[in-house]
Design a protein around this ligand. Structure first.
Ligand code: PLP
Length: 331
């Protein structure tokens, strides 16, 4: 399918536009020289300009689009106190004029830093419910929804960190934007983080719809390889149903999942990923954070630097998380 045909098909789903696209793509000449490899680009999805910017803006456009279509009048998002999703949801709600409730399974903070500070400044209604499990947090949200409904409100819940099939639709636009720009910036290999898998699934699905102009290298930052592959397959199947579009090439042929850069798991940096933060800052003046983007960038640099991926044009998708950096180095 062409980018135009795909955009037309996606245009049938409700979407609340939050910013203008495409996000900028830049060449990383100094990083490239240090790696002795072919051209390396970075797609600055971190610069999309809603709140701290980054990853969760694209899914929120489709999720909040659904909320607006259903005449919802209060949005509930949840996560750990320093969740990137929460602060982006708070800012996105401000932009749409919708009240936002954030539910954090943490004790109330002593002082607010990173995303917490932004949530506070955005005027979100913050519920700190103590250090309970995710399951208990969801039960709290269920009760909250019931209470809000009985007082005449129409709440909309952003589920699973915005990683739902509908949310993943937002990321299909990433390969479309890169494809439209191919003459100026010829890119063949994309490097993306795999957390809950929404970003990776959307990028892989869009790539497959286009007939496979890219190979998507997914760096797992959370799950084992098999676990993430299972999550991706479920999301990819869901995306076919949700969009009514069937890829011309199998999605599996467009992606490789790498488990080697995750270290001890989600949120636990490795020596190499921390080193990557200073390398990227010093060579390119670009900041990464410790959970997603530094591991993904390190995976890309290791694969390119050792020649395990030989690319005529590689591109790191910078998924943002800038505000969380201040928290990550404090705690
Ligand atoms: C949530 C997040 C991701 C991971 O996205 P998934 O869709 O959950 O895989 C990547 N980078 C940043 C900065 C994020 O906040």
């Amino acid at each position: 399918m062409t980018t135009q045909e795909i955009e037309t098909a996606l245009g049938r789903l409700p979407r609340s536009r939050l910013c203008s696209y495409a996000t900028p793509t830049e060449r990383l000449l100094r990083l490239e020289q240090s790696l002795h490899c072919g051209p390396v680009y970075i797609k600055r999805d971190d610069l999309n300009g809603v709140g701290p910017g980054g990853n969760k803006v694209r899914p929120l456009e489709y999720l909040l689009g659904e909320a607006v279509q259903n005449h919802c009048d209060v949005i509930i998002a949840s996560g750990q106190e320093n969740s990137n999703l929460c602060s982006i949801a708070a800012s996105a709600c401000c932009r749409l004029g919708l009240p936002c409730i954030l539910v954090h399974n943490n004790e109330p903070p002593q002082n607010k830093q990173g995303n917490m500070l932004l949530n506070h400044l955005s005027g979100a209604e913050e519920h700190y419910i103590g250090a309970v499990s995710e399951k208990e947090r969801n039960q709290y949200i269920e009760r909250l929804v019931t209470d809000l409904r009985s007082s005449g409100k129409r709440p909309y819940v952003v589920e699973n960190g915005a990683t739902t099939v509908r949310g993943a639709v937002g990321y299909i636009h990433i390969p479309l934007e890169l494809e439209k720009n191919r003459e100026q910036q010829p890119i063949y290999d994309l490097f993306v983080p795999g957390g809950n898998g929404g970003l990776a699934a959307g990028v892989v699905f869009g790539t497959a719809l286009l007939g496979g102009p890219f190979h998507v290298h997914v760096i797992t930052v959370e799950n084992e390889k098999q676990e993430l592959e299972d999550i991706l397959h479920r999301l990819l199947e869901g995306l076919e149903k949700e969009t009514g579009l069937v890829p011309a090439v199998p999605a599996d042929a467009c992606m490789t999942v790498y488990p080697a850069y995750r270290g001890a798991g989600w949120g636990i940096p490795t020596q190499e990923s921390d080193q990557m933060i200073t390398t990227m800052a010093k060579l390119e003046g670009i900041f990464l954070e410790r959970i997603y983007t530094s591991k993904t960038a390190w995976g890309m640099c290791d694969l390119l630097g050792r020649g395990l991926v030989q690319s005529k044009g590689a591109c790191l998708i910078h998924s943002g998380g800038f505000a969380s950096l201040f928290y990550q180095y404090q705690s």
